[in-house]
Every structure is written in C-alpha cells, then in structure tokens.
Design a protein around this ligand. Structure first.
Ligand code: ACO
Length: 326
C-alpha cells in the first residue's frame, strides 16, 4: 500500500518575542541576531501552556483546513524534545483530547529531525498494511528548556507545532527516504535533565538545551550538502527536479551556505526561521504550511524535506505535494 499527505495544520503560541526582548538583559543586538541567524521573531508558550496544547491546536487547525474524519485515525506520532512529561506520552494526550478512539500512540525523540522521522515511520506502517491513517505532529515548547544566560543559544529558539495526516493511497506520493546519525556528537547538543555524562562529558542537570553552536553549524552544512545529493540520487532524480527544498530551519546562514554549495536558488528553499526562530521538530511543517498558503507550493510539486539536529541525526524524504487548502 502507498501513502500520501493531503492535510496540514499549524499553531504557534500568541506571545510574540522580538529580538529587542533579548537586548533588555543580554549583551546582544537585533542586528547581530538578524545577521547571524536570520531570526526576527519567535513565539513563546504561556507558563501553563505545554507541547500537547500546541499539538491539539495544530490538529484542530488541520480539521478546519481540510475535510477529514479523525475517527478513522489509527495511529498518532508526536515528534518532540519537549514533552509535557515523559509519561504519559504527548500523543496519548492528543488522542484523548481529540476524541480519537483506539489509536496507537507514541512520542519520538529525534530533535529537529523528528518530524521527518515521524513521516518515515508512518509511511512504513502504511506500507506494512497495519495502519491506514496516521497523525504526525512536530511540536515544541523550547522556551521552557532555554538557558536565558547563554546569549548564543537563547536567541535561537521558539515554540510551535505542525500536524499532517499520512494516509493509505493508491498513488505513491511519499518517495524514497534517507536516515543517518553520528552519536559521537551527542555532547555537542543536548538537553541536560539527568546527571549522566554524554560521551564522557559531565552534564549538569539544569533542564536546559546546551550546544556547541559552531560544531553543530559545520556538521549541519556538510551533512545537509551530502545527504540532499544522496537523497535525490536515491530517487533517480536531480536537484533541478525538486520544486521546493524544506530543510530544518536552524539558522538562515546554514540554509544559504547549503544552497550555495549545491547551486540551489534561495527562492526554492522554504524557511520558518525568520518569523518563528528555531522551532526544532515544528520548523518543517511551519515552512511547508506557509509555502502552501502563500501560493508558492502547488499541488503535485516535488518537495524535499530534510531534518537534522540533536543526536546528531538526520532524516530526509522526497514527496509529491498532495495538500490543497479548502
Ligand atoms: N549577540 C552578540 N554576540 C554574540 C551572540 C549574541 N546573541 N552570541 C554569540 N555572540 C558572539 C560570541 O561570543 C563570539 O564572540 P567572540 O568572537 O568575541 O568570541 C562571536 O559572537 C561569534 O560567535 P560564534 O559562536 O562563532 O557565532 P556564530 O556566528 O557561529 O553564531 C550560532 C552562533 C548562531 C549559535 C551558530 O553557531 C548556529 O546557529 N549554530 C547552529 C545551531 C543549531 O543549529 N543548533 C541546533 C539547535 S536545535 C535544537 O536543539 C532543538
């Protein structure tokens, strides 16, 4: 059985955070943040607003945008590094709040690669014939795990959510995929919530994200460049055959460097970094949604989605866009 994605919904919290916010308590400027990251704005969840709340709002938006029967959903995957709790899963909270009977539910942890990993897992379940209609959500409340004393990381993160439905189809819209990880970089990007060393590096458990920004930047550029080429060649196509590239929006300069190295015009690269910051697992659905609603992505366009992040891990898929808004 083949699979397609024909519906999408997004949500971002209402609290808007401009770069000037950080000027009030850090040695930084709006100009530095814009020039070094491309970020102008991000949104933060309220104190009592959690990742599951954002997921529910994204699924509600999906239902508004498309005609779909949630009662038929038989599996829910939530990709997040910021679950409300470890137990119960965010997915099971979504299941009960959306009144979806009997769906299997899991959360997956693949950081900024999580949304694409979720699509790949859903495609596999449908191909195996065990499931037919799967919600995949990428959602984060990174503002709750941000170290506001670290000027090189706190300016990056934002909160948001995106949800799609992957469903069985007679047409093959989800094409070939790639996955890869180099766990030796675990110490260069982690959320320190346990007093357990990572690859020999002692970790102070302050429940915040810590990163070696330059190392992640370099790894992201070289990995994306290699993996995008590998993915198109695995699909038997060329870079020119792709209508839009949607890489994880970690930093505008990463996207610009990769596009330059591969000769991809920036107009073909969709981002969510400018308005939402780095929203990790949510960044790709946010960019995809905005690409559709702005009229750039059309039905049947060929898209290449590629996520990368904490692990360090990476996952990509080529697909034919089957999403049209109501
Ligand atoms: N304002 C002003 N100056 C700053 C700031 C700031 N907010 N942050 C760092 N600087 C300074 C540094 O202190 C340094 O000063 P120095 O030269 O006097 O030492 C200078 O700017 C350059 O620092 P770099 O770290 O080299 O800055 P860079 O240009 O690499 O930008 C950044 C830093 C934005 C973190 C970049 O490396 C990056 O985006 N890396 C990738 C991050 C990423 O993708 N992380 C994934 C996280 S996703 C997730 O975990 C959910």
């Amino acid at each position: 059985m083949h699979a397609t994605i024909s519906s999408i919904g997004i949500y971002h919290p209402l609290k808007e955070i401009k770069n000037s916010y950080f000027e009030e308590f850090l040695e930084t400027t709006d100009q530095w943040i814009k020039e070094r990251t491309g970020i102008e704005n991000r949104y933060y969840a309220l104190e009592n607003e959690y990742t599951s709340d954002l997921c529910v709002k994204a699924v509600e938006a999906l239902v508004k945008n498309h005609t779909t029967n949630l009662q038929e959903v038989d599996f829910i995957i939530v990709a997040t590094s910021t679950p409300d709790q470890t137990l119960p899963s965010v997915a099971s909270r979504v299941q009960t709040r959306m009144n979806i009977p009997h769906a299997g539910c899991i959360d997956i942890s693949a950081a900024c690669g999580g949304f694409v990993y979720g699509i790949i897992l859903a495609k596999g379940l449908i191909a195996a014939g065990t499931h037919r209609k799967i919600i995949v959500t990428g959602a984060e409340t990174l503002s709750k795990v941000t170290d506001f004393t670290d000027r090189s990381s706190c300016i990056l993160f934002g909160d948001g959510a995106g949800a799609v439905i992957v469903e069985a189809s007679s047409e093959n819209h989800l094409l070939k995929v790639i996955t890869d990880t180099d766990g030796s970089y675990g110490k260069d990007l982690y959320l320190s919530n346990k007093n357990i060393p990572i690859n020999g590096k002692p970790v102070i458990p302050d429940n915040n994200i810590h990163q070696n920004g330059r190392v992640v930047f370099k790894w992201a550029v070289s990995t994306l460049t290699k993996k995008i080429e590998e993915l198109v060649s695995k699909n038997g196509i060329t870079l020119e055959d792709i209508d839009y590239f949607i890489p994880h929006s970690a930093n505008m300069r990463i996207l610009e460097t990769v596009c330059k190295e591969l000769g991809i015009p920036m107009e073909k690269c969709l981002e969510s970094i400018k308005n939402y910051g780095n929203t990790s697992a949510a960044s790709i659905p946010l960019a995809w949604y905005n690409g559709i609603t702005s009229g750039r992505i059309k039905p049947n366009d060929k898209l290449l989605l590629i996520g990368f992040g904490g692990g360090l891990t990476c996952a990509g898929i080529c697909l034919q866009n089957n999403i049209e808004m109501k």
